[in-house]
Design a protein around this ligand. Structure first.
Ligand code: RET
Length: 259
């Protein structure tokens, strides 16, 4: 067994320890998950899937070429940060039956920029790219999230918040479908990177659409219950965080082994 594998195992153990810290802290509260609390159970299942994915992405960094390691590390950070938030979100839900909005947004504020960075990183692994791509994706992300949060907590109107958020998202979609990022991918990337880029942008279009639809249905017109909304968001996160990471893992392994 090479020392590089040992490093991967160490990274995985550290991940597990970090992700488990909140469990120990909350055990004292004696929160008990009820057998029929399907929303709480979905929080629990997704947290476990996120912990396992984190260990997987970190260990797999030892298997790919240097220039792909950062992308995989970032995938692992996304699932790690989300796993820890899921433990807290589950507790809020189990203890109060209320939607853990603050934790959700803090999670988004950290993980969504990291997901956006992935577009930049996979292009940078194959060619020289301008920092402008990175900054435009960041600006779009923060406008989207800050608009949504301000609207959701009542700092500005619910509708203005929604509209500002939608504009941020539209700006991101423009960059990855018609802007510089899409041109670099189309002109410079090998087939495997092009196909990953294309799947990733459909996730950002269709997978991400679930959140503004949730805001609209749950918050603007009250058509969806808190229960359904949380389950839908939880399932969306599997797709948008874990599956997104797996696509990156796949292209990193394919490209590393092709050389
Ligand atoms: C892992 C978590 C992810 C990928 C979360 C993504 C969240 C969004 C795409 C939220 C988008 C929103 C709008 C487009 C309009 C305003 C309300 C938001 C913040 C829900």
């Amino acid at each position: 067994m090479s020392s590089i594998t040992t490093k991967g195992v160490k990274a995985a153990l550290m991940t597990a320890a970090l992700a488990l810290a909140p469990v120990a802290a909350n055990a004292a509260d004696a929160l008990t998950l009820k057998a029929d609390d399907y929303v709480g159970i979905s929080f629990w299942l997704i947290s476990m899937a996120l912990v396992a994915s984190t260990a997987f992405f970190f260990i797999e960094t030892t298997r790919v070429q240097g220039k792909w390691k950062t992308s995989l590390t970032v995938s692992g950070l996304v699932t790690l940060v989300a796993a820890v938030h899921y433990f807290y979100m589950r507790d809020v839900w189990v203890a109060t039956g209320e939607t853990p909005t603050v934790y959700r947004y803090i999670d988004w504020l950290i993980t969504v920029p990291l997901l956006m960075v992935e577009f930049y990183l996979i292009l940078r692994a194959i060619t020289a790219v301008s920092g402008g791509i990175f900054w435009r994706l960041m600006i779009g992300t923060f406008v989207m999230l800050i608009g949504g949060y301000a609207g959701e907590i009542g700092y500005i109107g619910a509708w203005p918040g929604f509209i500002i958020g939608m504009l941020g998202w539209a700006y991101i979609l423009y960059e990855i479908f018609a802007g510089e990022a899409s041109r670099v991918a189309a002109e410079k990337a090998p087939a495997s990177v092009q196909s990953a880029f294309s799947t990733m942008r459909w996730i950002v279009t269709i997978g991400w659409a679930i959140y503004p639809i949730g805001y609209f249905m749950g918050y603007l017109n009250g058509a969806v219950s808190d229960e359904s909304l949380n389950v839908i968001y939880n399932i969306a996160d599997v797709w948008n965080k874990i599956a997104f990471g797996v696509i990156i893992w796949n292209v990193a392994v394919t490209e590393s082994e092709a050389k």
